[in-house]
Unconditional design. Structure first.
Ligand code: FES
Length: 837
């Protein structure tokens, strides 16, 4: 069939029922339309058909025959420049779909209203069919409004990030876009059972590999069993669907009831995966419970004694409660993906969607018995990760093993259902908290007992974070894992902290309420962190805080509430980070083994070099996202910028000292901080630096007491991380953190079938992440003092900017209604039940 594609006639060799997105991508090699959800929910595959935006994943090729199809690559519209200038993106995976839709809206708006600013609601309605998991909605609003005013008609404005134009034109190449000659497509065959020994796997394909653990036991529905490859994905899927797996069933533990069947026996426990980003807390096992780990404290007995005495006397200043959080799924818009190839010398080549290029190479070398220099990893662009794309994960194992048996490159891309089932989740939690205030209004004791539920994974570390805030009052902190036959939890942006703050920050708020004290003033009194003091002072002067309603004072259907929450996060870095610079003609090329997952690493490096060397952007090129160069940090633990920027500055200074002669090469190092680090040596490339970053979030909500809907209206985020390297990008990170925190607070909840253990929320309609219409107006305030001891003067912003958001929403709901939510997400049914008593 024939179409006009981006203004050029094209003959298609496609079945009439083939999805247009597949025809464009696989048949014609375009990359702008992304197949991210395949259910028409996320909008990443949007193209124009005869000038009308359409989701090309739901559009059969027959429907575009003879018509004009325009993708982001063929678009030449001012809104693309507007997205680049206003930074309407982070990872950029959703961006081509957004710009296609936005272009149509901008044209319509200007036809009807001239060059004017549309109301926010009109922009939200126009883009309601698109999702951005990074939460870049504030930049998107700004970009669309500017384009409607005609501000970028002449291509004016400098892009906010180095690769912005590649992202708005669909040219940026992600792992899912990689297509090598002779490439096969691989599909993972997964367990239908929650717990069973696999007796036999029969697959009618020549190219299959086994993915079972040595004991051949599957411990959750969705666990990889095998993988199969074929020349096309359709063929591979058909082979996978025809696979016959013979199981020997084992009773499954699908809840945390005492006496549930064991998930592990004594010998297999040590192979349990970890949901922790660091070392697992120690603790013995009792059935399916690991722990509790009790944080050693000489004063924990005092805390217990004081709290028990307060309970006996029914002390009104003892705040107690049980708070729960649902499982939150990372679901980056680019699914986990790997293209693996073995070359003739036995070297392994990986295109991998990863947050850890260097670590992935090290793990691959170990797993496949190679020296690390024989593993070559390429990660040009990464469509989000949030903690789920660290090291070698299942899709990479499948691709590498299949590439060996196929003797050809193999690509494995997870489907959205796989992504939502077995590609990372923040474990659910149940937290019992008791917080005692004495007659002087000081914190007298704190007890926190957390049971983390990370499926087959262990590594819950939640209560330990309560050690780090509000002084040195006695406290009893306990963490346990309750293991079940459900998919494993993995680290997720600020692992452990959001559930802790959900309980702690509401308990602190309740204490202030009972004392009749301003919650900000009480926090300032209890909190020894000077940087947060500056944030409390900022918040205390905000009109929204000064004018907040009295708690529970309102009647009527719609009630407004304002809530606050503080947050604390560790400063982590990779002290071995290096950046190499090479002069090539009149261009300085920078390289290090780091990746840009949307945080703007390329841009940070380029700006530091520009400042130090006095060069314009066109004379600096940043080549990252691949091995074969000097050591760089993984993008986990908010450590990328604080590690790489000082190393880039050091390299630039060396180069400047030596002169920019053609061919000159220098290597700069991330020099140490004054007073060194808390950890004497780096463990797994990570050192713990001195000092804690801080945040204080204030959220204003409107509660519809008839429908139970909570609408976040505005959020103010005070962030204390020291020097901000690239202001617009750091602001975008914080805004995205707020959006993800709102998702955690109000919408996101993975559901598992209580009988079979199968994940039920396997698409982006059933697993709801925030859309543009859910996004409040946001103000981000950076407090940049207090980090002079740090080389570079600034630490990471990614995690501290999200971890307290849900608690601020909870406190806002309490302020509006007088009812305190305890369970996340705060669904309409929960709210209605709560306020009706
Ligand atoms: Fe939208 Fe990452 S920028 S999904």
């Amino acid at each position: 069939m024939k179409i006009m594609l981006n203004g050029v006639p094209v003959l298609l060799d496609a079945g009439r029922d083939d999805a247009t997105v597949d025809v464009l991508r696989d048949g014609l090699g375009l990359t702008g339309a992304k197949a991210a959800c395949r259910t028409g929910v996320c909008g990443a595959c949007t193209v124009m058909v005869d000038g009308t935006p359409q989701a090309s994943c739901l559009l059969p090729a027959a429907a575009v025959e003879g018509r004009q199809v325009t993708t982001a690559e063929g678009l030449d519209h001012p809104v693309q420049r507007a997205f680049a200038v206003h930074d309407g993106m982070q990872c950029g995976y959703c961006t081509p779909g957004f710009v296609v839709e936005a272009a149509a809206f901008v044209d319509r708006w200007r036809d009807e209203h001239g060059d004017t600013t549309p109301p926010r609601e009109r922009i939200a309605a126009a883009l309601a069919g698109h999702l951005c998991r990074c939460g870049a909605y504030a930049g998107i609003y700004a970009a669309v409004a500017a384009a409607c005013r005609g501000e970028h008609d002449d291509g004016a404005g400098a892009p906010a990030r180095v690769e912005a134009m590649d992202k708005v034109t669909g040219r940026a190449r992600y792992t899912t876009d990689v297509r090598l000659d002779g490439q096969f497509e691989g599909v993972i065959i997964r367990s239908a059972r929650a717990h069973a020994r696999v007796v036999e796997v029969k697959v009618d394909g020549a190219h299959t590999v086994d993915l079972l653990p040595p004991d051949r036991v599957v411990r959750y529905a969705g666990q990889p069993v095998a993988a199969v490859a074929a020349p096309t994905r359709g063929q591979a899927l058909a082979l996978a669907e025809g696979a016959r797996i013979v199981y020997d069933p084992i009773p499954a533990a699908l809840d945390d009831a005492p006496g549930a069947p064991p998930v592990y026996d004594e010998s297999s426990r040590r192979h349990a995966p970890s949901s922790s980003e660091g070392l697992n807390l120690p603790g013995g096992w009792n059935g399916n419970v690991k722990g509790p780990f009790t944080m050693a404290s000489r004063r924990s007995r005092t805390a217990r004694r004081r709290i028990e005495a307060a309970r006996r006397r029914a002390d009104p200043l003892l705040v107690t409660g049980t708070f729960t959080t649902a499982v939150q799924v990372h679901t980056p818009l680019e699914p986990h993906a790997c293209v693996a190839r073995w070359d003739d010398r036995g070297d392994l080549h990986l295109h991998l969607s990863t947050q850890t290029v260097g670590l992935a190479a090290e793990q691959a070398a170990k797993r496949w018995d190679l020296t690390v220099d024989r593993v070559h990893v390429v990660t040009d662009h990464v469509g989000g990760g949030f903690g789920a794309k660290a090291g070698i994960t299942a899709e990479a194992v499948a691709a590498v093993e299949l590439a060996r048996v196929c003797g050809a490159p193999v690509r494995v891309v997870l489907s959205r259902a796989e992504e939502l089932t077995d590609a990372g989740n923040r474990p659910g939690t149940r937290t019992d908290i008791a917080l005692l205030t004495d007659a002087r209004g000081d914190l007298a004791a704190l007890a926190v007992d957390v049971r983390g539920r990370g499926g087959v994974a262990v590594g819950s570390a939640v209560a330990v974070f309560a050690r780090l805030m509000y002084g040195t009052a006695p406290r009893l902190l306990r963490d346990s894992d309750v293991v079940t036959n459900e998919p494993p939890g993995t680290p997720f942006r600020g692992p452990g902290a959001p559930p802790m703050l959900w309980a702690l920050e509401q308990a602190v708020d309740e204490a202030a309420h009972r004392l009749g004290e301003d919650p900000v003033a009480l926090r300032r009194r209890w909190d020894g962190n000077r940087k947060r003091h500056a944030l409390y002072d900022w918040v205390a002067g905000l009109p929204v805080w000064l004018d907040r309603p009295a708690t529970g004072s309102q009647t009527g259907r719609f009630r407004r509430g304002v809530g606050v929450a503080a947050a604390n996060w560790a400063y982590m870095l990779d002290p071995a980070t290096e950046v190499e610079l090479e002069v090539r003609g009149d261009v300085v090329v920078a390289r290090t083994t780091v990746q840009d997952i949307g945080t703007g690493t390329r841009t940070v490096i380029a700006e530091v070099l520009g400042e130090e060397l006095g060069l314009p952007p066109e004379r600096i090129r940043v080549e990252i996202g691949r091995t074969g160069t000097v050591h760089g940090p993984p993008s986990i633990g908010s450590r990328t910028t604080t590690s790489v920027a000082p190393a880039a500055r050091d390299a630039a200074r060396r180069l400047r000292a030596q002169g920019l002669a053609d061919g000159r090469r220098v290597v700069g190092r991330r020099r140490g901080d004054r007073r060194g680090y808390i950890t004497p040596v780096a463990v797994a490339g990570m050192a713990l630096g001195r000092g804690f970053s801080g945040a204080v979030h204030v959220t204003e909500v409107e509660v519809d007491t008839r429908l139970g809907v909570i609408r976040p209206l505005r959020v103010w985020a005070g962030i204390a991380v020291g020097h901000i390297y690239t202001e617009r990008l750091a602001r975008g990170q914080c805004e995205g953190g707020i959006v993800q925190g709102i998702g955690y607070a109000l919408h996101e909840e993975r559901h598992v079938d209580p009988v079979t253990g199968a994940v039920l929320t396997t698409n982006l309609e059933d697993y709801r992440i925030p859309g543009i219409g859910d996004t409040p107006e946001m103000v981000v305030h950076f407090h940049q003092d207090g980090w002079d001891h740090v080389n570079g003067g600034g630490v990471g912003v990614g995690e501290v900017s999200t971890i307290g958001v849900a608690a601020s929403v909870g406190n806002a709901v309490h302020n509006a209604t007088g009812w305190r939510p305890r369970d996340l997400p705060i669904r309409p049914d929960r709210l209605l039940e709560g306020i009706r008593g």
